[in-house]
Design a protein around this ligand. Structure first.
Ligand code: UD1
Ligand code: CA
Length: 466
């Protein structure tokens, strides 16, 4: 039996109070809908149909994105949100009648591939399988109604439920698999005679029971995976759950996290052995950490590769960079895109490096800006040194040879080449290339005025309120 997948995403999502369609709100830097597509697309399937409504243009602009090329989406518009049954009815005629249909919601992001695989396998038993859950607080959900023998006889929506039915804790998650040919027949017979005047997909269960078809149920393993996002508080709660789950996986793999509740990975994190991550680190995009790496508190690392025996000190930002083995970076350093640090490089506090290659054993320890530069090995760049790479129109390159010493507070006006073993004296503004083995300095001669008195009129120590 082959599978068609239908994802419902036409609801208005009013409680988000946003112009963005709900399914485009992000969890771990990915739209909710992308999480659902990821979980579903691992199942063998014919096609994924996306029922959209409000914000269709914005949705189409996001999907399929380049990285989602594997998930060819078939777009189906539901012009008015008249209910989940009405939503599925918009697409049912396009599905092969011999298929099973898996129905998912675009706003239930943490559903796992594993649970979906169980659900799809279970449909073989009776031709209709529901994913259900048991919740301590079932409010807001449709309840599963069973007869004395324990067979499912229907789903009752909360607004239509009696006080007694509301005490049922077994809920409908909304996700189900049904034979397409049955679904087609049952959807055609739906009406909206209920408290919300909607066409309820859940009424297909009663239709099946009326035809003496048994309903198979699959219990969700983890209650978070069936939770929907209706407002921003629920979104934050699911984000935390997702992060905790990742943190636990990493710890099981041998990564030390000082506090798994203060860890965020919004992409993928690959680690070697003996990695220690302190609190409030945020990783995004693809990040690779080598072995014996320490990440101190408050670091933000995205799209970067970090070698072995590296310490990233507190409050450091690293984006789109490569950090070699045995480097130390930070605290309070900012490593910007296209920066490559070779081995044993030390970058200290309040140093910004952009689009530069720094060779081994070089030190840039305090308060410097190095941009558009190539810096050789064993160079010392003194405190406060600035590569003046921008003339207001263009960016220019600075090339510094090996074993160069740049004294503190130098201004290196690019384009510029400083030869091997050269020295630039502290405070020098370098406007022309410096030859290898030479010293560049442009200090003004010191002028001394003997017996100099400052203008008088104020008592010594009196404050100057200007
Ligand atoms: C639905 C179920 C309820 C279940 C709950 C689980 C029905 C009638 N009820 O209720 O049994 O416990 O989900 O979360 O199915 N949508 C459309 N078009 C529409 C209406 C909804 O595409 O016209 C989409 C929404 O975007 C959303 C999903 O369907 O992704 C569910 O809609 P929602 O309004 O949240 O359903 P509930 O009332 O929560
Ligand atoms: Ca809902």
């Amino acid at each position: 039996m082959s599978l068609s997948i239908v994802i419902l995403a036409a609801g208005k999502g009013r409680r988000m109070h946003s112009r963005l369609p709900k399914v485009l709100h992000q969890l771990a830097d990915k739209p909710l809908l992308e999480h659902v597509i990821n979980a579903a697309s691992g199942l063998p399937h014919n096609a994924i149909y996306l029922v959209y409504g409000h914000g269709g243009e914005q949705l189409r602009a996001c999907f399929p994105r380049a990285e989602l090329a594997w998930a060819e989406l078939v777009w189906v518009e539901q012009a008015e949100p008249l209910g989940t049954g009405h939503a599925v009815a918009q697409v049912i005629d396009r599905l092969p009648v011999t298929d099973d249909v898996l129905i998912l919601y675009g706003d239930i992001p943490l559903i796992s591939h594993r649970t979906l695989a169980h659900l799809v396998a279970a449909v073989a038993e009776t031709g209709i399988a529901l994913l259900v859950a048991r919740l301590a607080d079932a409010s807001g959900y449709g309840r599963i109604v069973r007869d004395a023998a324990g067979e499912v006889v229907g789903i009752i929506e909360e607004p239509d439920a009696s006080a007694e039915q509301r005490r049922i804790t077994e809920v409908n998650t909304g996700m189900m698999v049904v034979k397409a040919k049955w679904l087609r027949r049952w959807l055609a017979a739906l009406d909206n005679a209920n408290a919300q005047a909607e066409y309820y997909l859940t009424d297909v269960v009663a239709a099946a029971v009326a035809e003496k078809i048994l309903i198979t149920t699959v219990m969700a393993e983890d209650e978070q995976e069936i939770k929907g996002v209706n407002d921003r508080a629920q979104l934050a709660e699911l984000e935390r759950h997702y992060q905790l789950r990742q943190a636990q996986t990493l710890m099981r793999q041998g990564v030390s996290l000082r506090d798994p509740a203060r860890f965020d990975c919004r992409g993928s994190l690959t680690t070697g052995s003996d990695v220690m991550i302190d609190i409030n680190a945020v990783f995004s995009g693809e990040v690779i950490l080598g072995s014996h790496v320490t990440i101190e508190p408050g670091c933000q690392i995205s799209h970067s590769t970090i070698g072995d025996h590296v310490t990233i000190k507190a409050n450091t930002l690293i984006e789109d960079a490569v950090i070699g083995d045995h480097c130390t970076v930070g605290p309070f350093a900012r490593i910007r895109p296209q920066t490559v640090l070779a081995e044993h490089v030390r970058v200290g506090n309040f140093v910004e490096i952009k689009k530069s290659t720094i060779q081994r054993n070089t030190r840039i320890n305090h308060l410097s800006y190095v941009g558009d530069s190539e810096v050789g090995e064993a160079v010392n760049i003194g405190a406060g040194t600035i590569t003046c790479n921008y003339d207001g129109l263009n960016k220019h390159k600075t090339v510094i040879g090996k074993h160069v010493f740049i004294g503190s507070n130098a201004a290196l006006i690019a384009p510029l080449v400083i030869g091997d073993h050269a020295t630039v004296a502290a405070g020098t503004t370098v406007t022309e290339d410096v030859k290898p083995n030479s010293l560049a300095l442009n200090r003004l001669e010191r002028k001394v005025v003997e017996d100099w008195r400052r203008p008088e009129g104020r008592e010594q120590g009196e404050s100057e309120n200007n």
